[in-house]
Ligand binder design. Structure first.
Ligand code: F6P
Length: 318
C-alpha cells in the first residue's frame, strides 16, 4: 500500500484542515495511506509521523488551525538534513509528500524535490495570498471574510456618533494583498500597503471629506506599513479628527474556513494526492485565469514577488 505524508509549514491558514481531510479521505478511498507530519519540516526530519485514518480526520475540515501543527523552523539548510530525511523516508516507506504552506515554504520545498529528488506536490496556503504564479492561496478568502463583519460593526458605531475616523489594521506581513482585498470588499475610503509609501496627508484629507459626507471615515492598513501609531497620528493631524485604531490581528487567521476555501482545499488536495499516487512530483498547484493549474516548483522559486492589485489600490484611494 502506498504511503503519502502531509506536511504543513509556516503560518496556518483556514482551509488547511479541509485539505488534510480531503487528501486523507481520497487516499483511503484509493487504497493508500495518509500520514500527517507533526510540526513542519522540523517534525519531518525528526520522524514525527502519525496515521491520518478517515476517523482521525473526520470533520476537521470545518475547523481553522492545523490538526498536527505547523512550524516556521528552517531546518532544511542544516548539514545533516539530507541524511535525516533519507532515513525518515526509508523507515516510513514514504512514496510522496504533500506540502501545504506559503511563499517561504514552497521555496524550501523546491530543495527537497530538485536537490534531493523526492516526489513532492505543494499547495499554496496563506492568508497573505503572496505566493507567485497563483491568483489564489488557501485561507485568503476566509481571512478576508473574517474582517468584513467586524468592519460592518465599526460602521454601526461610526455612524451613530459622528466625527471620528477609523483605521482597521489587517495581517499580511510585508505584503498588501490581504489589506487591498478587505478594503475593496468593505468599500473603505482608503487603503495603505507596504509596497507603496502611504501618503498620510492624502489619506487624512480623503477621510475628512468622508466625515463631511456621512459622519465618519474608514481606512484599512496592512500591519507591514511601518509604525501604525505614527500613521494614525499623521492621518489625524491632516484630517483634523480623532483616529481610532482596530487591529484585527490573529482573529483573521483562525476560525472556520469559507465555502470557497473549503472547495479549493478539496479540489487541490484530491488532485495533489492523485498526482503523488501516480508517481508525479515537482509541481505547485495553482489557480490561474479562473481554473486549476500546475506550475513547476523552480518557476515559483525563480518568480519575482507577487505584485499587488494596483487597479484596486488606486480605485480605493482615488
Ligand atoms: O502566515 C502569514 C501571517 O499570518 C502574516 O499575515 C503575519 O504577519 C504573520 O503570519 C504572523 O505570524 P506569527 O503568527 O508568527 O506572529
Amino acid at each position: 500500500m502506498k504511503r503519502i505524508a502531509i506536511l504543513v509549514s509556516g503560518g496556518d491558514a483556514p482551509g488547511v484542515n479541509a485539505a488534510i481531510e480531503a487528501a486523507a479521505r481520497w487516499l483511503a478511498a484509493h487504497h493508500a495511506e495518509a500520514w500527517g507530519v507533526r510540526g513542519g519540516f522540523a517534525g519531518l526530519l525528526a520522524g514525527k509521523l502519525e496515521p491520518l485514518t478517515p476517523s482521525a480526520v473526520a470533520g476537521i475540515g470545518a475547523r481553522g488551525g492545523v490538526l498536527f501543527g505547523t512550524s516556521r523552523e528552517r531546518v532544511l539548510g542544516e548539514p545533516d538534513a539530507p541524511e535525516r530525511l533519507h532515513r525518515v523516508w526509508a523507515d516510513n516507506r514514504l512514496d510522496g509528500l504533500l506540502v501545504l504552506g506559503g511563499d517561504g515554504t514552497i521555496r524550501q520545498a523546491t530543495k527537497i524535490v530538485y536537490e534531493w529528488g523526492y516526489p513532492l506536490i505543494a499547495l499554496p496556503c496563506t492568508i497573505d495570498n503572496d505566493v507567485p504564479l497563483t491568483e489564489r492561496s488557501l485561507g485568503h478568502d476566509s481571512a478576508s471574510n473574517r474582517a468584513l463583519p467586524l468592519i460592518d460593526a465599526i460602521r454601526d458605531t461610526a455612524s451613530a456618533l459622528p466625527g471620528r475616523l477609523f483605521v482597521v489594521e489587517t495581517l499580511g506581513g510585508s505584503t498588501g494583498h490581504l489589506a487591498i482585498a478587505v478594503a475593496f470588499a468593505a468599500q473603505a475610503d482608503a487603503v495603505a500597503v507596504p509596497e507603496i509609501k502611504a501618503d498620510a496627508v492624502a489619506v487624512g484629507r480623503k477621510l475628512a471629506a468622508a466625515v463631511e459626507q456621512r459622519g465618519y471615515g474608514l481606512a484599512v492598513a496592512c500591519e507591514g506599513i511601518g509604525r501604525m501609531a505614527d500613521f494614525c497620528d499623521a492621518v489625524a493631524a491632516a484630517a483634523g479628527y480623532r483616529v481610532r485604531l482596530t487591529a484585527l490581528g490573529h482573529t483573521q487567521r483562525g476560525g472556520p474556513p469559507s465555502a470557497a476555501d473549503r472547495e479549493l482545499a478539496r479540489v487541490w488536495a484530491e488532485l495533489g494526492a492523485a498526482e503523488l499516487l501516480a508517481g508525479a512530483g515537482g509541481q505547485m498547484l495553482a489557480w490561474q485565469a479562473g481554473a486549476i493549474g500546475t506550475v513547476p516548483l523552480p518557476d515559483v522559486f525563480a518568480a519575482p514577488p507577487k505584485a499587488i492589485n494596483r487597479q484596486w489600490y488606486e480605485q480605493i484611494n482615488e
